[in-house]
Every structure is written in structure tokens, then in C-alpha cells.
Design a protein. Structure first.
Length: 320
């Protein structure tokens, strides 16, 4: 296209279209964090400094996320979500609407949910020091350590292996690429999902005991996700076949339970939905007595909670 034709084309475009083009260009350069818990740091490539990472923070190509003891969830694009486990360091290599998003896992573990759209589906690339994983539609976890890179696929398929030597890994399998010079992929089947006992359709009291049955395992991994947003609410290693769930707000959740093998790798997860609808009850004032007055600029109060799974929230008012 000649410069003159390009100028005429841009001039003819309506303002809304130009704004859309600008917004698309900006969206290609940044993404945002949707959820964090605990201490998570952002190492900004441009500023070369570390700042606390909070929900809504903008992430750009070249930035690194260090989860430390916390966790974080971010969307690389409309179709790809990454959940960082504690102890993870992840670098954003490329964010582009015209190409595939690329990240580099320096250490730790990341769960990926990728689902391509119907138009121009593009894979997501995750690189480590020795391997690459790419997929268009799957759920998988990738873990990088000094000894190896592991991929655990629970839905869809993932192409995984040393650069240029990837193999297709289906759901239900674990694949490994070592760092000792061996570039082949070792594949084995994951433990089966346990059977979770049915839960009530509506949970009106907490805590709620979740029980499951399955082949004997050293331990299990229990994860809780919010249904509406997909946010990762919590994760616990459980020794035994039961766990008491509490301290949840009203809303829908998904409970996932997977057996852990002797090396700590989780098997296929079992998933059950749960709807929490709690009704708070009014607290009873214990001190001072109802109707009493206090001649003190810093009065103390105590009360008794009458419901289950309740946390107190106080509101103060001043009478003149």
C-alpha cells in the first residue's frame, strides 16, 4: 500500500475504528493480573526494580513474576490463563495479538488453561531451560527444577519435549525431560482420580467435611476454585481421605481432589461443584451490658457469635 493510499484509508476510517485499532495495539503489549494471595513480586523490565504485585497490575513483555510464598493468576490473552504456585519465577517473553503468547518458566510450577477461539487459533508457548510446551486447548501443569522439566496433562493434549523434539502428550499422562543431557521424553500414566462422596446441592453451614475414596496414596492435593471467575481460592496437601472446608463466602465453587505419588506429583483430579449459601446471625453483645454507658475514650467491647463459620465485622457510630 502506497503512503498516499494509506493516508486516504486512515482518513476515511471512522474515529471508533481508529480507537479500536489503538486499543488492540495496547492490549497486545500488556496483560493484567486477576488474582494474588500472599507475597508476590513483579520485576519490571523497563524500570529494573521490584514492586509488590497486586490484582489489576499491568504486566508487559520482559517482566518477571516471583511468587515467593504467595500465588498469582494472570490471563495472557482472552483464551489463556496461568496460575502460579508458590516458589515460582516466570518471565513474560511476548504478548501479541498477531502471534502466540510466550512465557519462560525459570523455576517453580505453573498451571495453564488454554482454550483457542474458532478464529485464527494460536498456541501458547511455555519455555524452560531444557524443554518447551505448546498447546491450543488443554489444561496442564508444567514444573521446572534443576533436575528436570515435568508436564502433567489433565485435559486436551500438549506438545512437549526438547526444542525441535516435542511429542504429543495426551490427558492422563506425565512427561519428563531431564537436564543431564538426555533429550528424550519419558512418559508415564497418572494415578486415577479418586471418587468424591456426593456433596449437598446447597451448603448452608460450614465447615463441611469432604470425603473421597481411591487407591492408597501417600497424600492428596485438594484445590478450591471460584466457579464464576475461575480464581484459585486455595490449595492443601491432605494426609488421609477427608478435609474440612470452611471460611468461604457465599457463591459457587469447584472442589478438586487428586492423589499424590511418592514424588509429590498429582494424578488426575476429581471435580465436584459446591454452592455456599450462609445466613449470618446477629451477634450477642457480652461486654458492656446492653444499654450501659462507658466513660472511656478507648472503650473495650466483646461479643458472642451465634452462627457457624462467621467472622465478626464491627461498625461504629457516634451519637451527639
Amino acid at each position: 500500500m502506497s503512503d498516499a493510499l494509506l493516508r486516504r484509508t486512515l482518513k476515511a476510517l471512522p474515529l471508533a475504528a481508529l480507537l479500536t485499532m489503538a486499543a488492540t495495539h495496547c492490549a497486545a503489549e500488556t496483560t493484567r493480573v486477576s488474582y494474588t494471595a500472599g507475597s508476590v513480586q513483579l520485576l519490571q523490565a523497563e524500570a529494573q526494580r521490584s514492586v509488590a504485585l497486586n490484582p489489576g497490575a499491568a504486566i508487559r513483555s520482559g517482566d518477571e513474576i516471583v511468587s515467593g510464598a504467595g500465588t498469582a493468576t494472570l490471563k495472557l490473552d482472552a483464551n489463556t490463563e496461568l496460575r502460579l504456585f508458590p516458589g515460582t519465577r516466570l518471565q513474560i517473553v511476548e504478548l501479541a495479538t498477531a502471534g502466540s503468547p510466550r512465557v519462560r518458566l525459570l523455576e517453580g510450577k505453573v498451571q495453564t488453561r488454554a482454550q483457542s477461539g474458532d478464529w485464527n487459533p494460536l498456541p501458547v508457548y511455555i519455555e524452560t531451560a531444557t524443554a518447551v510446551a505448546l498447546t491450543q486447548h488443554s489444561t496442564f501443569t508444567i514444573q521446572a527444577s534443576p533436575e528436570a522439566t515435568l508436564v502433567r496433562v489433565t485435559d486436551g493434549t500438549v506438545d512437549f519435549g526438547a526444542p525441535g523434539k516435542a511429542q504429543r502428550i495426551p490427558a492422563g499422562y506425565l512427561a519428563r525431560v531431564g537436564t543431564e543431557g538426555h533429550t528424550g521424553v519419558t512418559i508415564r500414566q497418572l494415578p486415577d482420580a479418586p471418587d468424591i462422596e456426593p456433596l449437598p446441592e446447597v451448603v448452608s453451614t460450614l465447615p463441611l467435611t469432604v470425603r473421597w475414596r481411591g487407591e492408597e496414596a501417600p497424600a492428596y492435593r485438594l484445590d478450591i476454585f471460584e466457579t464464576a471467575s475461575g480464581e484459585w481460592i486455595g490449595s492443601r496437601k491432605v494426609n488421609g481421605n477427608r478435609f474440612d472446608i470452611g471460611l468461604l463466602d457465599n457463591g459457587g465453587y469447584q472442589i478438586q481432589v487428586a492423589a499424590l505419588d511418592p514424588s509429590g506429583v498429582a494424578g488426575m483430579p476429581a471435580t465436584v461443584p459446591m454452592e455456599v449459601r450462609l445466613q449470618a446471625r446477629a451477634a450477642t453483645l457480652s461486654y458492656p451490658a446492653p444499654g450501659a454507658s462507658a466513660n472511656d475514650d478507648m472503650p473495650e467491647f466483646s461479643w458472642q457469635l451465634n452462627g457457624d463459620n462467621e467472622i465478626a465485622r464491627d461498625r461504629k457510630s457516634t451519637c451527639l
